[in-house]
Ligand binder design. Structure first.
Ligand code: SF4
Length: 526
């Protein structure tokens, strides 16, 4: 960690240097300190040091953005240099000359681009290029988001915690459990209330957690009344120290429906244990359609419809997301008028990870026995149909505020142009879904964004890249900062339009696999 400078007095960060040394704001370029005004903290940065967010530094009396700006290239040759200085005020090396670049193969992302703050400044990069023969412009910035969070989908049946339960990181509340989806538990993390509405520590921990999560790193969370979970984008979740392997093939009822025919003739009854809907084959419509004889099984829980039972046990990390380790505990008994000695019973979870085979004895008691190979093959088929369990992390942020002033003098026109599908919004080049309704609320998969796309400032808030691409003609019509539009070649030679806090280097990255090329794409509108 680089040694930090003082700030101008944000509570809880450092002593207010500006109050103690009023001249500090005026010494920029004169030796001792420069002021960073890229966010409201207004750090006074000494020579050789960085500001409180580690993103800006004082190098020889000049304020610079420490990280390189990330440029995407459609095809990045192997062995190509990845980190290149902007050749400011000098001729660019031939290999980086705009003449030699195919403008439709390069996209300037907001990662490392610096920001428009205070918002009366035009965005640091307003880049002219061409796509499919059309003159385009991309407005590029690092947005400072207070209104933002992450929606996390965790592919697991296991009980993580009750809906609405608080989620903690380092003891601080940083989110809550939200509505479960099919085969997945959902978390809502971060957000403005945790960033700014609680204690200073809650805000700081929330921002740190969000930065790690957005940058595809692991975070450890504990859920009140539930589990400990380690979440990392693109990786399997770790629940109570155990790495999750499989996402269920479906609920218990669906599993019965999918595999009923394959089990016919090998079993007399099947119970698929599931925290949501436990399925019972001979009562289920699938078993009835196959003319299966009723088994007389009597289940615990609440019968929903034939062969479908709710609440057979409590939620947990055992069989099928319930708290049971002994599957027979969900069977209340057998109707002696219907059941028969020798009845063959398969009990399995929705992932096939747990499966037992029983045969009823003369007293109609299930006795566990070795599973026949034909039945084992179907259980393995259930497992084969389970997808690998993953954690998926989506960034959700509101860009409808003052950030728009970096794009246009008339911000509502940008909002309208986005809603009219004239503007493609991307985050670090990744496609961003724009929510319907007012404002510019965008959502992007962090796995499709460049590594280390996210930062923080100690206000606290999240720094995230955002780019607005549109036809040059439309940019003019929405009141864009036309005098700051520069061709790509010039951008590559000179860097950002302003010198204060401009990045000093660029880094090439390959467009992420599966991402549409950001220019010339229709936007993902809600
Ligand atoms: S952007 Fe970083 S360095 Fe600049 S004022 Fe804010 S916290 Fe300080």
């Amino acid at each position: 960690m680089t040694e930090h400078t003082k700030t101008d007095g944000l509570p809880g960060i450092d002593m207010p240097l500006a109050a103690a040394e009023p001249a500090a704001r005026d010494v920029r370029g004169a030796g001792a300190k420069v002021e960073c005004n890229a966010c409201p903290v207004l750090c006074q940065i000494s020579e050789g040091r960085t500001g409180a967010c580690d993103r800006y530094a004082n190098r020889g009396g000049a304020l610079v953005r420490v990280d390189p700006v990330v440029l995407l290239r459609r095809t990045l040759e192997s062995g190509a240099p990845e980190l290149v200085p902007f050749a400011t005020r000098a001729e660019a090396p031939a290999e980086w000359s705009g003449d030699l670049l195919r403008a439709d193969e390069v996209f300037v992302t907001g990662v490392g681009s610096s920001t428009t703050y205070p918002d009366y400044k035009p965005a640091p990069f307003i880049v002219a290029s061409q796509a499919r023969g059309v003159d385009m412009v991309t407005v590029v910035t690092e947005g400072i988001f207070s209104y933002c969070g992450f929606k996390v989908k965790i592919d697991t049946d296991r009980f993580l915690g009750p809906e609405q339960a608080n989620i903690r990181c380092k003891g601080e509340v940083v989110g809550h459990v939200t509505t479960a989806e099919y085969g997945s538990q959902m978390l809502s993390l971060g957000g403005v209330h945790h960033l700014t509405g609680g204690s200073k520590k809650e805000g700081r921990v929330t921002a740190e957690m969000m930065q790690l999560l957005g940058n595809k790193r692991a975070v450890e969370l504990s859920i009140d009344g539930g589990s400990q979970v380690v979440v990392q984008a693109g990786r399997a979740p770790i629940v109570n120290g155990v790495e999750e392997q499989r996402m269920r093939v479906g609920c218990g009822s669906a599993t019965i429906g999918i595999f009923a025919k394959q089990l016919l003739g090998h079993v007399d009854e099947v119970v698929v244990v599931d925290d949501h809907i436990t399925g019972v084959l001979t009562e289920h419509q699938a078993g009835r359609c196959l003319d299966m004889r009723r088994s007389g099984i009597q289940m615990r829980g609440r019968k929903s419809t034939p062969g479908r039972y709710f609440q057979v046990a409590n939620p947990g990390t055992g069989w099928g997301g319930t708290d049971i380790a002994e599957p027979l505990s969900i069977i209340e008994g057998w109707n002696p008028e219907v059941a028969w000695p020798g009845l063959r019973l398969l009990m399995t979870s929705t992932t096939g990870e747990h499966a037992n085979w029983y045969v009823l004895d003369e007293a109609l008691q299930p006795v566990e026995q070795a599973m026949p190979a034909a039945v084992r093959a179907v259980v393995e088929r259930i497992g084969e149909n389970c997808e690998p369990s993953l954690s998926t992390v989506l960034f959700l942020g509101g860009a409808g505020g003052s950030l728009r002033a970096g794009v246009t003098d008339n911000p509502v026109r940008l909002t309208r142009a986005i809603k009219q599908a004239l503007v493609n919004v991307t985050c670090g080049g990744a496609p961003a879904y724009v929510w319907p309704g007012g404002g510019i609320t965008v959502m992007a998969d962090v796995m499709r964004m460049p590594d280390d796309s996210f930062g923080t400032v100690p206000t606290p808030a999240i720094v995230a890249p955002i780019e607005f691409s549109m036809a040059l003609q439309d940019y003019r019509l929405l009141g864009g900062h036309m005098e700051y539009v520069r061709p790509l070649g010039e951008v590559l030679r000179r860097g950002a339009w302003h010198d204060d806090g401009a990045p000093t280097a660029l880094r090439w990255a390959r467009n992420a696999a599966g991402n549409p090329w950001p220019l010339g794409q229709p936007p993902l509108l809600g």
